[in-house]
Ligand binder design. Sequence first.
Ligand SMILES: C[S@@+](CC[C@H](N)C(=O)[O-])C[C@H]1O[C@@H](n2cnc3c(N)ncnc32)[C@H](O)[C@@H]1O
Length: 251
Amino acid sequence: MMNEILQQNKKSWDLVAPHFNGKDSLPSYGPFAQTEQELRLFEEVSGKKVLDIGCGSGHSLRYMAEHGARELWGVDLSQTQIKTAEETLMNREPHLFCAPMEQDIGLPKQYFDIVYSIYAIGWTTDLSATFELIYSYLKNGGNFIFSWDHPLYPHMVSRNGQIILDGCYQKEGTITYPKFKGEDAPVVIPKRKMSTYINELIKAGFTIDCVIESDVSADFDLIEEEYSERYYSLFKARKFPTTMIIKAIKR
Ligand SMILES: C[S@@+](CC[C@H](N)C(=O)[O-])C[C@H]1O[C@@H](n2cnc3c(N)ncnc32)[C@H](O)[C@@H]1O
């Protein structure tokens, strides 16, 4: 049984999926953020069984395949995304499932060397259930790596040449956006504090290896920023991290 938020988000993701084909995928961790080539969080991928949570168009899984991953598994809420991922991963024999990350759909337990999620984990309507499931999928010693908007980032707004704090960071809950990528595709996105992500990881049993409040990638070193009021901009990113990246280990 899917709750109303999941049903709404699924409908909207099915509509906007083409806007995200190949976006937010490894080696990128997020907009303007340091990349996997810079951070080297995955270490050795060759021969590993990997699971992508919110696998989208499958481009991160393709990156894993190109680095020698042995088994490619992915879960995503959107049927359109899963269909695109099947095309992206043609001839690579992926195991792809259209399902919410917060539901136990019978994926193998104690099985994966690496579970990761690039710009998808924050969509979950149940963070503790999601982290508990991810913990159960991993072998002992396995790594969980994810990236998401830095939790304070949505509150940092560029206005009149300055960056100001907008709204209330302290208040958790959900934000409803009536449009997504310019489409009539309402989405509901949970809003959580940084400490909530960290504490829920600890509660699920993980040991935290590192928390990264990403600098701007060196790829942008030669680019001069212009003042911008866009949600993601180099102007903002050079002053405040767009992305948090966390690596946790199942000991
Ligand atoms: C920005 S995209 C992720 C891109 C992807 N990680 C990649 O490597 O190409 C976010 C994805 O999260 C998925 N999503 C949203 N809510 C979800 C949920 N509750 N469970 C699973 N996937 C979800 C969306 O369908 C979308 O494909």
